[in-house]
Design a protein around this ligand. Sequence first.
Ligand SMILES: Cc1cc2nc3c(=O)[nH]c(=O)nc-3n(C[C@H](O)[C@H](O)[C@H](O)COP(=O)(O)O)c2cc1C
Length: 153
Amino acid sequence: MKKIWIIHNSLHGNSEKISKQLAEGLKDSYEISLDSIKNINPEELAKDEPYGLIIAVRIVAFSSDKEMLKFFNNLNNVITKSISKVAYFSTHALGWKKFFIRGMKKALEKVGCIEEVCPEYLEIRLQGAEGPAREGADEKITEFISTLKEFMK
Ligand SMILES: Cc1cc2nc3c(=O)[nH]c(=O)nc-3n(C[C@H](O)[C@H](O)[C@H](O)COP(=O)(O)O)c2cc1C
């Protein structure tokens, strides 16, 4: 089975919960590892040579989470084997703006060993900073699982 890593930097548990929902939806077809970037470092991830990577990006101060961006800058320095497929999703409390995710896109472009980034992403709006997710999130997550299955082939 191809290996996929799902990483998050969840503070209030929402992006972790969505990560677990995605893992649940993909586990029949892929070997999934899931963890917070508080627990794993870029070296460990690179050593595991995953086929795919799914990144949870919290929006903090109108931008992609700086700690996650730093993780990718560091990954760029240590990675040797290409990651074939990379996708991301975002959690946020305010109205969605495309520029929120710009930093993440740029960080991914800098990682030379990423072959393909999923053109579609999921964004889940929360009821305030601590969540929970607003109504309709589960349907969006289910749809994104189908998108990921197609993309990660
Ligand atoms: C310090 C701070 C700043 C935040 N700034 C924004 C923001 O600019 N825009 C937004 O939509 N959400 C903002 N949020 C809400 C976060 O996106 C939300 O707390 C996060 O996605 C929840 O994910 P988690 O439950 O996995 O920690 C902010 C939250 C915190 C704690």
